[in-house]
Design a protein around this ligand. Structure first.
Ligand SMILES: Nc1ncnc2c1ncn2[C@@H]1O[C@H](COP(=O)(O)OP(=O)(O)OP(=O)(O)O)[C@@H](O)[C@H]1O
Ligand SMILES: [Mg+2]
Length: 360
């Protein structure tokens, strides 16, 4: 195992990408490493003709991934939109890895993202010593993606101030980036495109201008459709994370995963699964990503301070922490859920007790 805590997708899944490249005889868009078919097989998983298994990265509707991939083969950029924790960043990384063999041309959007970070900056020591020159120029990830015909990723696009976002318009419509200081420009090489992600909780923060919106195709990543699908996602990611972190814990019992997922879904949907009891929803986003980390922290507790088997007591602390983000409102919502739902389920007695103990 490598010492790197988290490998980029193109390294971690290098073998899968290589196997796909070998069998992939379909047409590739200019400068793509793989055909659209192979890219979506990489994301959704499948068995190759030679028997090699590609692990699924995204669990959900095939069509969503097909639309995302084919958008990137056009002159429009891709915007992955959805509630937090629906795998927007995850899908973006894997798409860039499969299409361009490089997922690292990344700009993390924040309120402080500047035009220089989007376009280019200067190495000021060289700029002062030599004046403006190509050597003094510091390229942004976007500029490098244009020059090399690769995919640039912009995380949390709507957190970027609107005027800075608009620097993207020329890059996306004219496919050029002017450098007036040098009297030159960078012209995008075929294969260049942009994948942006945005979160609906940030809606209205810095909404995309309509000029920019027209340069993007929006693909909405939904929360998992069914409990089974969500359980499958959590089980798979927890196993992968547990392996990477070398947690001394057995894979969690399906029952324990299902219980956490069910609690999250019930609180998110505002009613119990049988539809009989209405519930209040807490302020926290109870996404699949949070369910994954509740189980994951539970496994660390069980492995390091328990007997290596994930039990209710190991889940309870993480569960309470994930649900209670507001100490007053959410605490009430959770207490009500514990007393009216958890307590009443005969096979959940261990969890009820464990959660009451966390409360102290
Ligand atoms: N449908 C899914 N298939 C596979 N993995 C999923 C799915 N939904 C969520 N995940 C997992 O959830 C985790 C979080 O996903 P990610 O960070 O990409 O969410 P996000 O949508 O970017 O959230 P945010 O809006 O907070 O940035 C990842 O580990 C990912 O594997
Ligand atoms: Mg994200």
């Amino acid at each position: 195992m490598s010492e790197i805590l988290r490998q980029h997708a193109e390294h971690q899944y290098a073998e899968e990408l290589d196997q796909l490249r070998r069998v992939d005889t379909r047409q590739r868009p200019p400068n793509w490493e793989l055909s659209p078919w192979a890219v979506s097989t990489y994301l959704l998983g499948g068995k190759l003709d030679n028997g090699f298994e590609i692990a699924p990265k995204y669990i959900g509707q095939r069509r969503i991934i097909e639309i995302a991939v084919s958008t990137l083969a056009t002159d429009r950029a891709l915007l992955l939109f959805g509630v937090p924790g629906t795998a927007k960043s995850w899908v973006s990384e894997h798409l860039a890895a499969a299409i361009a063999g490089n997922s690292t041309l990344l700009i993390q959007g924040t309120a402080g993202t500047s035009e220089e970070q989007m376009r280019y900056g200067w190495n000021y020591a060289r700029l002062l010593a030599e004046g403006p020159s190509p050597q003094a120029l510091v390229q942004s990830p976007l500029m490098r993606a244009m020059e090399t015909g690769r995919i640039a990723r912009i995380e949390e696009l709507t957190r970027i101030p609107a005027d800075v976002q608009d620097t993207l318009i020329t890059m996306l419509s004219e496919k050029t980036l002017p450098i007036p200081e040098l009297g030159s420009e960078v012209q995008a090489v075929r294969g260049f495109n942009v994948i942006a992600t945005a979160n609906n909780r940030d809606k209205g923060v810095n909404e995309l201008s309509s000029a920019l919106k027209r340069r993007f195709n929006t693909v909405i990543l939904p929360t998992p459709a069914s409990e089974d699908e969500e359980v499958a996602i959590v089980t798979k990611r927890v196993a992968e994370l547990g392996r990477a972190l070398e947690l001394p814990t057995e894979p969690p019992a399906l029952k324990e995963v299902r219980r956490v997922v069910q609690i999250f879904r019930e609180l998110r949907n505002g009613q119990t699964e049988d539809g009989k009891t209405k519930l209040k929803s807490p302020s926290a986003t109870l996404s699949t990503a949070e369910a994954i980390s509740v189980i994951n922290s539970g496994m660390a507790l069980a492995g390091h301070f328990g007997d290596g088997v994930l039990r209710a007591a190991d889940v309870a602390a993480g569960l309470t922490g994930a649900i209670i983000k507001d100490p007053v409102q959410d605490a009430l919502v959770w207490k009500e859920y514990l007393e009216t739902v958890v307590k009443e389920r005969s096979e959940w007695k261990d969890l009820y007790r464990a959660c009451r103990e966390v409360e102290g």
